[in-house]
Ligand binder design. Structure first.
Ligand code: M6R
Length: 615
């Protein structure tokens, strides 16, 4: 993981790098660093902790002048988070300085070799090994920096997005990518380098996304030149025009990005189906599906791969696809799928779901499925991300940037896209009548308004959060479409409030978890009217008779559960398969308020990162 930023041009590099690192902190925030070239020398500051701490250190200890610089925010892999292991790293001569996102797997053997040749190392990182390998190549082969980087990268195994410059040739930055994202913002005689476009969006809309195994020399006064790292072939940069704007990536008056993103869901869901759901014409238009319709309609089965919250969206999709389109679906953790030699053929369609589009396990699962001949479809939020580019076709969720580490709007927009696909296929396969299809389309159009309504429960949820904020355990139960929502609710609570929480299918409770229930145990039960309501009511009774505390998510106007539960939160009524889009809202708000009350860092929970680009 980690975020990287670089700048070369006519502006002061420092403010661009610091601001850029702050926007990339979702990628990791164990430590941060910056290296600036002031016209004669490199000034470097780095520290354990967040970019704010780096700011304090840099502004009190180094010269901040210079129009060339690189910066890094780290999610530790090799070496504990401390000042020394922070990036940037110097080479032994002090001439080269590097930032790196990724893992060099064979760094130990390279390090041993370099030590034999007289190199010494101050950190435990693989990155310091890489910069010294580049220096060694520069010396022994007598080549320029670009060539040295290329030769060195051909000797390493692993993943990287790097930016490196040389004090002796301070008119260029060399960048390269394999497995970790790297974008180059192209301005007027200036270049920006970053893990995604957010650090440079206010300066330029033009960006080049490096492909795997590509490198570039970004040089003042020159156009970008791309090369293939393996065979030195020239590649032509595809300069994309970005749609993102600055407002979208700032907090807009909310205390946390997570809360802003929760409240953005009505708009995000609308943006997801805008232009796709044409209710008046009775059609769903999705280019990625339309162009490959037969792949889906002839598929033996759909295999969904994803991680975390995206995996939960996949589980919801399993219910929707099987119920509506009658296509068999399997949902797999990408990390398991990629290592278990799965049976995949050219009759399978693999759907990879990922907010960031950079999750390493999901990317590897895609590559494996492609090798085995499957048609691979991506559902991503980040435009131009690695997964979006690696898949045969796809559909963006159009949720807008999600900065909070805990996924919220990504989940509901993923479910929206997957519902559109399922409905389209159901129609194509004749599994839904015209009237049923129309009912779905018009109800989908009501969902943003119903999400708004669900958000109105916020003050009540704050009161409930206050009652349970000191709990040590929590159980989430749901059935059918709402079983994955229970899993998602539990994940949200544990990741941002550090309270242990488990999600279960409600009926599974009596096969074990019921033993945990006592008067200390809050149980959040999703008990909406449709979907085995009576059975869930029985489960609630079972909890009640063991003195558990019940927080029930019910359909507006519910009476039966109201009499049993300690707290009820209402959501508007909708078609059963669409209930996850509403029931998930109170669970997001509950975890948010509990985390705030526990004084936790909501947007950047400990040990986590927004985009998990390592295994
Ligand atoms: O970017 P992705 O959707 O591929 O990320 C997958 C998971 O890492 C992610 O959903 C993670 O579980 C979130 N922190 C959940 O809130």
């Amino acid at each position: 993981m980690c975020g990287i930023v670089g700048y070369i041009g006519h502006r002061d590099a420092y403010p661009i790098i610091i601001k850029g690192l702050q926007r990339l902190e979702y990628r990791g925030y164990d430590s941060a660093g910056v290296a600036l070239y002031d016209g004669t020398d490199i000034n470097l500051a780095k520290t354990k902790g967040k970019v704010e701490e780096l700011k304090g250190k840099a502004e009190s200890s180094i010269s901040l002048n210079g129009n060339l610089g690189i910066g890094h925010t780290r999610w530790a892999t090799h070496g504990v988070p401390n000042d020394v292991n922070s990036h940037p790293h110097y080479s032994n001569s002090g001439n080269l300085v590097i930032i790196h996102n990724g893992i060099i797997e064979n760094y130990e053997s390279i390090k041993k070799e370099l030590i034999k040749r007289g190199y010494s190392f101050s950190s435990d990182t693989d990155t310091e090994v890489l910069v010294n390998l580049i220096e060694e190549v520069q010396k022994t082969e007598d080549v320029k920096l670009g060539k040295a980087v290329q030769i060195a990268l051909n000797q390493v195994v692993g993943a990287y997005a790097i930016a490196v410059f040389d004090r002796k040739k301070p008119d260029e930055i060399v960048v390269a990518k394999l497995g970790s994202p790297l974008a180059i913002g192209v301005g007027d005689d200036e270049f920006f380098i970053a893990s995604d476009a957010s650090p440079f969006i206010e300066f330029t809309n033009n960006a080049v996304y490096l492909e795997d195994e590509e490198m570039a020399i970004v040089r003042l006064g020159k156009e970008i030149k791309l090369r293939k790292i393996k065979d030195d072939a020239i590649a032509y940069p595809n300069i994309m025009e970005l749609q993102m704007n600055l407002e979208e990536i700032e907090k807009g008056g909310y205390d946390h990005f997570m809360l802003k993103e929760i409240y953005e869901q009505p708009r995000a869901i609308l943006d997801t189906y805008r232009g796709r759901l044409l209710a008046d014409k009775g059609i769903i238009k999705m280019a990625g599906i339309d162009q490959h319709l037969e792949k889906f309609t002839n598929a033996n089965r759909i295999v969904i791969v994803a991680c975390g919250t995206s995996w939960h969206a996949g589980l919801v999709a399993e219910y929707i696809f099987e119920n509506l389109a009658r296509i068999p679906v399997e949902v797999e953790y990408a990390s398991e799928f990629r290592y278990r030699n799965p049976v995949i053929t050219d009759k399978d369609v693999l759907i990879a779901i990922s907010q960031s589009g950079e999750t390493a396990d999901t990317l590897a699962a895609i590559k494996l499925a492609k090798e085995k001949g499957a048609f691979v479809f991506g559902v991503c939020n980040v435009v131009g991300s690695s997964i979006a580019r690696e898949t045969h076709a796809g559909a963006y969720t159009h949720a807008g940037p999600e900065i909070g580490v805990a996924s919220t709007k990504a989940f509901t927009t993923q479910i929206t896209v997957l519902t559109l696909i399922a409905l389209k296929l159901a129609k194509e396969k004749g599994k839904l009548s015209k009237t049923e299809f129309h009912e779905y389309l018009s109800e989908l159009e009501n969902i943003p308004g119903k999400v708004e309504k669900a958000l109105e429960s916020n003050p009540l949820i704050e009161i409930i959060a206050d009652v349970y904020k000191d709990s040590t355990n929590c159980l989430y139960l749901g059935r059918g479409y709402n079983f994955p929502v229970a899993l998602e609710g539990a994940l949200k609570l544990k990741e941002i409030s550090y309270i242990h929480a488990e999600g279960y299918p409600a009926a599974e409770m009596k096969h074990g978890p019921i033993a945990l229930i006592d008067e200390q145990m809050p149980v959040i039960v999703i008990a909406t009217k449709k979907g085995h309501y009576e059975k869930v009511v029985s489960n609630i009774q079972e909890i009640k008779s063991r003195s558990g505390k019940i927080i029930a998510i019910v359909t507006e106007g519910d009476k039966q559960v109201k009499d049993l539960a300690d707290h009820v939160v209402e959501v508007p009524e909708t078609i059963e398969s669409l209930t996850p889009l509403l029931t998930t809202i109170p669970l997001q708000l509950l975890s948010y308020h509990i985390a705030v009350m526990r004084d936790c860092n909501v947007d950047q929970p400990r040990n986590l990162a927004k985009s998990v680009t390592v295994e």
